[in-house]
Design a protein around this ligand. Structure first.
Ligand code: C2E
Ligand code: MG
Ligand code: MG
Length: 605
């Protein structure tokens, strides 16, 4: 038994007679194909187990298993069920046997004696058929594997594309930093919420939330710290909402929330207060506590608008109002806010021109020594001499200057003008301490220390006669920078006063860290101190606390003789207020000084 060659077509000759096999093989020699011989039906079946043949030449008459039996078994196997079989016989020329052969799957007969040309022609047809079939099979397989590869690639590509699409959809609807919904998704959800609320006659509250001093954190500690703060804040916000409410980040330090299923507008303030309180928690960055508060504007569906755009615009307007109120609060939208914001916008433009057109003037409010009644100093207060209108007091425009940043330039003008005035008065023979207000922004953006240093060097002023007033809130905005700047000013010999004491964070602990000289008790404690024992007690406590820290105390907003007497009794050092004098233009201060204006300080006089 010979092993078949894999590349060539194989022809299987099955015959028990070696001579006949040889004769057949020789006859087929000219085809140049692989000839495999089997001496019995059993041998042939074995060979057919693991090889395909182009054609089988099968002897009909064989011992043990004859050609027909062998053919039947060949046909019964899947692998060989269509391999062509040519019966080779010398004996069975009668029709019945031939028919039996065909019924068993024979495709042809050759009869002995063999005529080689006929045999070759018959076998050659099947060899050619075999090659064609193999070729087709080969192409089929190639095609199949090509299709399989392409299908796999396509499936992977589709999955990848779907993932990319999902990712894109997510990115288009979420904020990358906090993973919160973004404006697009917020609007989508709000739209749905509005249509649900409409059917149920419910209220929906839209809240615009803006962090109050975020820029400061970003500017002083860098963007990474800013990002951490934003993530913490978004966590705080999420902890405040209920099921069905949505909180989103619109970018920067702007967040938005809508509260679903609010039954009446009265339900909103406690929820808004919850947000304000949650965000006001101190935030520790690099070992320093930051107080980052927020301003919230609220609009209500359906009262303030029935579509997303109007509601959001109105919540934004209300948020600006909350900012103007100094932050750390919430405001409901009111219809007149739009006209008010228009007015503020106009005022903003006018203020820009005011600086160029030199419309700002300084008024000076005297400070009196409460022991001897003499004027010891003045506080410079900026006023706006608006052409064709009454003089505008600072409380009407300082917050606007802070908001638009002009305070930095205007503040420098105040410092230079007040120092020049101080110098002019000295030349007239009056030695008055000059107190000047500084805003937080002058520390952070304004190079306050540098300006004051320049002024002290350029002018023949005694630094100890100059005083910088700063509020607790301004200090808290950026504690490390405030400490550093105040220490630098202290080194120059400048006096430092805490303004409006008691209205800010009122944490006495931090006072010890600051190089302070003076503490100014805010007028809210002075106003009712003679009628309200609590206020009197607070004023007294502040005075003795300040004295224990070696600070001088100025009472602000002193309006009555009774207040003066009580303050003197409590040991307060200085007083400032309408009881003594309103803020006055420089020439009127000069008149007071010329007249040696002083108050009789005999108790109760
Ligand atoms: P402030 O520094 O606490 O100034 C005292 C304020 O109290 C002044 O208000 C003054 O007119 C007012 N006042 C004085 N006596 C009395 C009184 O007896 N009763 C009452 N009810 N009020 C009295 P004004 O002039 O409107 O200034 C408001 C605030 O504007 C100032 O508060 C200060 O924080 C700020 N400001 C004024 N000028 C400047 C400035 O040049 N730069 C900066 N950054 N802020 C300034
Ligand atoms: Mg002041
Ligand atoms: Mg004050």
């Amino acid at each position: 038994m010979m092993m078949p060659d894999e590349k060539k077509a194989s022809i299987l000759i099955v015959d028990d007679s070696a001579d006949k096999r040889l004769a057949l093989a020789s006859a087929l020699d000219g085809l140049h194909e692989e000839i495999v011989e089997a001496a019995s039906g059993r041998d042939a079946l074995r060979l057919l187990l693991n090889h395909d043949y182009a054609v089988i030449l099968l002897d009909v008459k064989m011992p043990e298993m004859d050609g027909y039996e062998t053919a039947a078994l060949i046909r019964s196997r899947k692998r060989s069920q269509s391999t062509p079989i040519i019966f080779v016989t010398a004996y069975a020329r009668d029709d019945i046997n031939i028919l039996q052969g065909y019924s068993l799957g024979a495709v042809d007969y050759v009869f002995a004696p063999i005529i080689p040309e006929i045999l070759r022609a018959k076998v050659g047809v099947f060899v050619e058929l075999y090659y064609k079939t193999e070729e087709i099979k080969h192409y089929g397989q190639q095609l199949e594997s090509l299709v399989a590869t392409r299908t796999a690639a396509l499936t992977a590509e589709i999955a990848e594309r779907r993932q990319a699409q999902e990712r894109l959809h997510y990115l288009a609807h979420h904020d990358a930093l906090t993973n919160m919904p973004n404006r697009v998704l917020f609007v989508e959800r709000l739209k749905q919420a509005l249509s649900r609320a409409q059917g149920r006659h419910h209220v929906v509250a839209v809240l615009f939330i803006d962090l109050d001093r975020f820029k400061l954190v970003n500017d002083t500690l860098g963007h990474e710290a800013g990002d951490r703060l934003l993530r913490t804040m978004s966590g705080h916000l999420l902890s405040c909402i209920r099921d069905g409410d949505v909180v989103a980040r619109f970018g920067g330090d702007e967040f938005a929330v809508f509260l679903n299923d609010v039954v009446t507008p009265a339900d909103v303030p406690p929820l808004a207060q919850k947000f304000v309180a949650a965000l006001a928690e101190p935030f520790v960055l690099e070992g320093t506590e930051f107080f980052v508060t927020c301003s919230i504007g609220i609009s209500l569906f359906p009262g303030d608008g029935t579509d997303t755009q109007t509601l959001m615009k109105n919540a934004d307007t209300a948020m600006y109002r909350a900012k103007q109120q100094g932050g750390n609060n919430f405001q409901f939208y009111r219809a007149d806010m739009n006209s008010q914001s228009r007015k503020r916008l106009e005022l903003n433009n006018l203020l820009r021109q005011a600086l160029q057109r030199q419309e700002f003037v300084l008024h000076y409010q005297p400070q009196f020594d409460l022991h001897n009644g003499t004027i010891v100093g003045v506080e410079a207060l900026i006023h706006w001499a608006r052409p064709g209108a009454a003089v505008v007091p600072p409380e009407d425009f300082i917050s606007l200057l802070e908001e638009n940043g002009l305070i930095v330039q205007v503040g420098e003008w105040v410092l230079r003008t007040a120092c020049a005035q101080h110098h002019a008065w000295r030349n007239m023979g009056y030695t008055l301490r000059m107190a000047m207000n500084a805003s937080g922004r002058q520390f952070t953006d304004g190079g306050l220390v540098k300006i004051v240093t320049d002024i002290v060097q350029e002018n023949p002023v005694k630094p100890c006669m100059l005083e910088i007033e700063i509020t607790e809130n301004a200090i808290m905005q950026n504690m490390p920078l405030a400490i550093e700047s105040l220490q630098a000013l202290g080194k120059l010999g400048i006096c430092i006063a805490i303004d409006d004491f008691g209205t800010g964070y009122s944490s006495l602990g931090y006072l010890k860290q600051l190089p302070l000289d003076i503490l100014k008790i805010d007028e809210i404690f002075i106003r009712d101190m003679t009628t309200n024992p609590d206020d009197a007690a607070i004023a007294k406590a502040i005075i003795s606390m300040a004295h224990s820290l070696d600070l001088k105390v100025v009472a602000e907003g002193v309006e009555t003789r009774e207040q003066v007497d009580l303050l003197r009794l409590q040991g307060c050092d200085l007083g400032q207020g309408f009881y003594f004098s309103k803020p006055l233009p420089a020439n009127e201060i000069e008149r007071l000084l010329r007249e040696n204006y002083s108050l009789n300080m005999t108790m109760g006089a």
